[in-house]
Design a protein around this ligand. Structure first.
Ligand code: UDP
Length: 385
């Protein structure tokens, strides 16, 4: 295939990311598979990115994530500066067939505002679409700019103008799904795990309360705001409370963290993360929001750990109730499901992941969408008579 794609990863983190970085991880997973399929990839990122690509350009030397703690008027120029660099590149060359953009709000706005000479663009929506109603509600990308979601349920709740630009969704994937059905079974411990940012939407307070109710050990893994380790949060003192996720942790979660039945272990990575998940009797997602894509959900399946979750957002699309997990809309019933999760077969979870959630499956689906976006851009809309 001779297709050159400008992959816009944005200015916030390098690709692959040094630690937490959902979008950058998706790009790091997608790009090698696209290149295997013959796509040339020009990466717009920061200079410290190490992902092998055909070409790379950047405006910033390193990820600017740290700046996101600053007030809006001191940070709003960063993504604009990065996008200005992208626009300059697009104006200076004619070999880019398509832009695949991942930069929240400003990526979509900039690409939609570019004239008809710009290449077709696909903007992937990685987040909650209730955000940015002013932008999404009035979007006009013409025939050239389209969006894709990370689940059907996410797009179903999108504002109409955004849905009219949609070419569909692509589920998230994980490298852990490759050969997941052939890996030996992990020894299961007794614990449950929640893996993700600790915040109200992910509902770790509910999880911690339920763990005490049913008497099952629960490991809470993930950062609290910008703090990755319990000792860093403790060292930050009262000032840390300015962050809403820190306040949520102290007020709603910490009272249930006794260091014995319920433990917060901070962010875990690599083998430590995989062992904790693979050894758990279930992964718990006691959601209080409409989870858009759920990377940690597909990772859990790939590691042979059934999912117990609130049936919200993408969960019913990713989990087959009764086979790869147990879902309910009732918070109280979640506790009973935690006890029943041990009856599910870990091999069913790993088989499902190997079938549906590999990087190759994701890349093939994106290549289809690239073709669709290019076709739509080449077919002007019918004008009313
Ligand atoms: N994650 C991790 N260590 C942690 C907590 C989370 O590596 O301690 C990773 C997790 O494995 C997943 C990502 O962070 O790859 C979270 O992505 P998800 O889509 O589940 O949630 P988001 O934070 O993007 O809403």
């Amino acid at each position: 295939m001779s297709l050159t794609v400008l992959m816009n990863a944005g200015p916030w983190l390098s690709v692959p990311p040094p630690g937490y970085g959902g979008i950058e991880n998706v790009i790091a997973t997608l790009v090698p598979e696209l290149r295997r399929l013959g796509v040339r990839v020009v990466l717009a990122s920061v200079d410290s990115s190490t992902l092998p690509v055909d070409e790379k350009f950047s405006v910033f030397p390193d990820g600017q994530f740290h700046a996101l703690q600053r007030p809006y008027n001191q940070v709003c120029g960063i993504s604009q500066a990065h996008l200005s660099g992208v626009v300059r590149v697009l104006h200076s060359r004619d070999d880019i067939d398509l832009v695949h953009d991942h930069v929240e709000a400003v990526g979509l706005a900039t690409l939609a505002a570019m004239g008809p000479d710009a290449p077709p663009a696909l903007h992937t929506l990685h987040w909650d679409l209730a955000k940015h109603p002013e932008l999404y509600g009035n979007l006009d990308g013409g025939d050239r700019v389209r969006v894709s979601g990370v689940s059907a349920s996410q797009l179903a709740r999108a504002p109409r103008a955004l849905r009219e630009h949609s070419v569909g969704h692509v589920h998230l994937s994980t490298p852990l799904a490759v050969g997941a059905d052939r890996r030996p079974r992990a020894d299961k411990g007794d614990h449950l795990i929640t893996l993700g940012r600790i915040n109200p939407g992910k509902g770790q307070d509910v999880g911690a309360r339920l763990a005490h109710r049913v008497g099952v050990p629960l490991v809470l893994a993930g950062p609290v705001g910008p703090y990755h380790r319990p000792e860093d949060l403790a060292a930050a003192g009262d000032e840390a409370r300015q962050n809403p996720d820190v306040r949520f942790f102290y007020d709603e979660v910490a009272p249930h963290v006794d260091g014995d039945l319920v433990r917060w272990v901070g962010t875990v990575a690599g083998q430590e993360r995989d062992d904790l998940v693979a050894g758990a009797r279930a992964s718990l997602f006691p959601l209080r929001w409409e989870e858009p894509g759920g990377t940690a959900v597909v990772e859990s399946l790939a590691l042979g750990t059934p999912v117990v979750a609130t049936a919200r957002g993408c969960l019913p699309e990713l989990i087959e109730n009764g086979r790869t997990g147990l879902l309910t809309t009732d918070e109280d019933e979640l506790g009973d499901l935690l006890l029943a999760a041990g009856l599910l077969d870990p091999d069913e979870c790993r088989r499902e992941a190997a079938l549906r959630f590999t990087p190759a499956v994701m890349a093939e689906r994106y290549v289809d969408l690239y073709e669709r976006v290019r076709q739509l851009a080449a077919t002007p809309r019918l004008q009313p008579a």
